[in-house]
Write a protein that binds this ligand. Structure first.
Ligand code: CTP
Ligand code: MG
Ligand code: K
Length: 196
């Protein structure tokens, strides 16, 4: 295989691994969320809800806890596992992403908390913007629906570590396709009414 294609594949796999706390925070908010809305049903001056019924206390708390838990597990295993794998696979990439690899449970939990809470808050910011533009809860806004939580996660994680720019770009591209793919699967399984 072309070494540069091989490098992109390894970096892509790492991008998904790195973002797992954010992806699973988002997915568990969706799966376990519901009930009392975070905005407590309140509206703004424009007469529309602050966030809407799609942002709940349960989803928020469970999402952040799952992000922390995944980060903790990653911190516990990554130091030995992924770092070695990356060095065997591609020393250039290993060097590139070294600063984003957590090597103990405390670091991992902190990064997981940053990625998870960033994802949940980014998603809530997306809902806030949608309500201000009079987009009803659950109605689609392409790209923002796919990326609000990703951007939130990257910003929050950047408070803790330095993420290389090409990793950020790859994360954004991969996340668009993962989000669409997950929605299409949920649609085919009858869990969602629309494919997007
Ligand atoms: N969810 C939640 N709490 C959160 C985020 C999500 O309970 N903090 C749950 C809600 O049940 C929500 C579902 O996950 O309906 C899907 O999230 P999302 O697609 O972001 O919300 P929408 O319902 O599409 O609403 P919005 O238009 O505000 O995005
Ligand atoms: Mg939505
Ligand atoms: K959203």
């Amino acid at each position: 295989m072309d070494p540069s294609i091989f490098s992109v594949l390894i970096l892509s796999a790492y991008a998904i691994y790195f973002m797992l706390p954010a992806y699973l925070a988002n997915a568990s908010a969706l799966t376990f969320g519901g009930g009392t809305p975070l905005d407590m049903g309140r509206s703004m001056n424009d007469g529309r809800r602050i966030l809407g019924d799609g942002v709940t206390w349960k989803g928020t708390i469970i999402g952040i806890l799952i992000g922390m838990g995944i980060g903790l597990l990653q911190g516990a295993v990554t130091g030995n596992m992924v770092q070695d794998l990356l060095i065997i696979g591609d020393p250039g990439i290993a060097q590139l992403v070294q600063g984003t690899i957590t090597t103990n449970t405390l670091q991992g939990t902190l990064l997981g908390f940053a990625l998870g809470s960033g994802a949940i808050i980014g998603d809530a910011c997306g809902s806030f913007i949608k309500r201000r533009f009079n987009v009803e809860r659950g109605r689609p806004v392409p790209l923002m629906d796919q990326l609000d939580f990703v951007v939130g996660a990257i910003i929050f994680a950047s408070l803790v570590i330095v993420i290389p720019l090409n990793l950020i770009i790859l994360i954004i591209v991969i996340s668009i396709f993962l989000h669409l793919g997950a929605n299409i699967i949920a649609y085919l399984l009858g869990m969602k009414n629309v494919w997007y």
